[in-house]
Design a protein around this ligand. Structure first.
Ligand code: SAM
Length: 242
């Protein structure tokens, strides 16, 4: 059976094309990148240090490059070698780097405990199995410096009938046919997308996980447009005294 990383490897060459067909995909990433850039504070005398977890082919990293100062140290991490290879074919400023790592199984000492002023994660936590999700959030908390912020973007429809219905219509009626046309042979990734959104935590459950991991000022912003009620930006703060 193919692992999720295998499925992303196989979908990597068509990923940018398919997300580009989603009106609002890049605008939503720009919003979450700005939400992080507005909150993070650098340690005096040091560059701002930002992680983009589940960076994929770099769509979220591009949004961060546009939102952050040019002397930031920005590191993207992803489990899929194929997605990273697709990202590596793009031009990046010298202050951006990428590496392969699996969230939930990170080598925290190698990446740097307490080293990061901000963590961004777009469409990552839904892909981490529910039983490992708290461990992955605990990793983020460990990686953040006191005073640091997590901004994470995720689809969640559980407990919201309207959002669940819209998601079923859009995923069955639009995403699946587009995926079949543009990425035939990788249908299991898009079937997985449909199921994983349906099965992900409700927004309340995910906020509770963030609080249980030790974060404060946990809040949710609902994205506008057709994704209203489906796509959410969550923010969570590690207290300066933590
Ligand atoms: C939907 S893509 C999003 C990519 C990018 N953040 C964006 O906004 O376009 C999800 C990414 O998360 C990665 N991923 C899934 N589970 C992961 C894990 N446990 N650790 C690291 N990356 C993971 C996948 O390989 C994939 O590249």
């Amino acid at each position: 059976m193919r692992t999720l990383a295998d499925q992303f490897d196989a979908g990597s060459s068509r990923y940018d094309l398919l997300v580009g067909l989603n009106p609002g995909y890049h605008a939503a990433l720009a919003f979450s990148a700005r939400a992080l850039a507005e909150r993070v504070r650098r340690v005096p005398g040091a560059p701002l240090r930002i992680l983009d977890l589940g960076c994929g082919s770099g769509a979220s990293t591009t949004a961060l490059v546009r939102a952050l100062p040019t002397d930031t140290l920005l590191q993207g991490l992803d489990a899929s070698a194929g997605m990273l290879a697709a990202g590596a074919r793009k031009a990046w400023p010298s202050w951006v780097s990428f590496g392969q790592a699996v969230c939930g199984e990170l080598d925290l000492d190698a990446i740097g405990r307490g080293r990061w002023d901000g963590v961004h994660a777009a469409y990552l936590f839904r892909n981490i199995p529910a039983e490992r999700r708290d461990a992955a959030l605990a990793e983020v908390w460990e990686l953040l410096a006191p005073g640091g912020w997590l901004i994470t973007q995720e689809y969640s429809v559980a407990g919201d009938q309207r959002a669940t219905a819209v998601w079923e219509i859009v995923s069955r009626g639009l995403i699946s046919p587009l995926a079949a046309a543009f990425d035939p042979g990788n249908g299991d990734l898009y079937r997985y997308l449909r199921r994983s959104v349906r099965e992900f935590d409700s927004t309340e459950e995910f906020c509770s996980r963030l609080s249980a991991a030790g974060f404060v000022d946990v809040a949710r912003h609902d994205v506008r447009g057709w994704q209203r009620g489906i796509l959410h930006t969550f923010r969570a703060h590690k207290e300066a005294t933590a």
